[in-house]
Structure formats: C-alpha cells, structure tokens
Unconditional design. Structure first.
Length: 209
C-alpha cells in the first residue's frame, strides 16, 4: 500500500484542476491509526514532499518539520467524534463561497443533496478561521452529514477515505453552482420531505450492496 502522505499530496494537488482551489487556501487530511496527516500551512501544494506532511494526534500536538494547517481544529474534531470519517477536505471554492456568504443552507433543489446525508446542506455559523468556535459551529452543521458550508468562508466535507472526500467536495461545489444557476432563473422547485426520504433510503441500499 502506498504512503498515505503521498496520497494526501496527490489529493491536494488535484484540488486546483478540479476548480476547488487557487493558491494555498484549503487543506486536506487523512486518518492514520489514532492520528492524522494534514497538509502544512502556507506551502504551495506543487512543492510538497512527504517529509513536509505533519502528523497530528487527537490532542492537537504534532510531529514533523512543518506546522499543520491553521485550520486543523475541525479536522481533529471530526476524527475524534466520528469513527466513520477517514479523510477531511476543506476548500474555498468559488460557488460554495458565494452561497456561504449569503449564510444560506442549500435546500433540496436536487436529489443529490441526499448524498451528504440529509435533505439540506447546512451552513455553519461564522467564526474566525482556525478558532475552536469555528470548529464547534462546523461540527454542529456536520451532525449526521458528510458536508456543509462555512459562513463567509467555504466548504467542508468528510469521507471514508481521500477518494470519497475529494469526490464529495467536487459534488458539493457542483451542487452550489447548479443551485446558483437555477436561482438566476427563478425560485427552484424543491423536492418534498417524502421525496428526499425516498432518495436517502435508495442511497442507503446502494451503500449496502
Ligand atoms: Zn479556510
């Protein structure tokens, strides 16, 4: 099996071509035993080598030559609270940021909203980046969910592994763009609670196959 740090770097580098990131904003992590690897602060992804990747334990301490991303807290809190989470990705992607600046949750305008575990994508309350308050708000918005928006900030997703986290981030940014486009034309017709419950049930039975 390949080094999880190499997989982490490959995922971080894939963010820009996928439209999830520009520059050094955003961060990715992957669980490793009782700890997790996370992208370091302030280094361009193109220049990263495995030796640059810090390992953090759930108490918030780290090993390695580089400092972890300043936004490590919501990564740590997701791993600590959610055994189902194996990878976390955070991005300042343009359509997610646009909607997050309206501090509006995304309603069930499309059935794929259910992929994130509910009938909306919540928007976490605003708190300054890197703060315990932001992590608390993010954990609330992520309750029972695989993704959320962070007010005036960006998106956050959590998957079983890096591949799922990356796919969820791409899907969430896509949904934000589609919702934004639909809103240009009028008020999107929303799916009912029953219709969304049927989709959630269908997704669960797919997952069991
Ligand atoms: Zn951020």
């Amino acid at each position: 099996m390949s080094d999880p740090r190499a997989q982490l770097i490959a995922t971080a580098r894939a963010m820009q071509p996928a439209g999830l990131n520009k520059g050094t904003s955003g961060n990715v992590s992957v669980r490793s035993g009782d700890a997790f690897y996370i992208t370091p602060t302030g280094l361009p992804y193109g220049a990263l080598v495995v030796g640059d990747i810090p390992l953090m334990t759930l108490d918030g301490s780290h090993q390695g030559t580089r400092k972890p991303s300043s936004e490590w807290r919501f990564h740590r809190d997701l791993y600590a609270a959610r055994p189902d989470v194996g990878a976390v990705l955070h991005a300042h992607s343009p359509f997610a940021v646009s909607l997050a600046c309206l501090r509006r949750e995304i309603p069930p305008f499309h059935y794929m909203i259910a992929r994130f575990g509910g009938d909306t994508i919540r928007c976490a309350d605003y708190a300054i980046f890197g703060s315990p308050e932001l992590s608390t708000a993010a954990m609330q918005a992520m309750q029972g969910r695989k993704g959320c928006l962070l007010a005036n900030h960006g998106l956050l997703v959590a998957g079983h592994d890096l591949a799922e986290a990356f796919a969820l981030a791409v899907e969430l940014e896509e949904l934000c763009e589609q919702y934004w486009r639909a809103c240009q034309l009028g008020d999107p017709v929303l799916l009912s609670a029953t219709e969304m419950a049927d989709v959630l049930k269908k997704f669960q039975s797919y997952g069991q196959q």
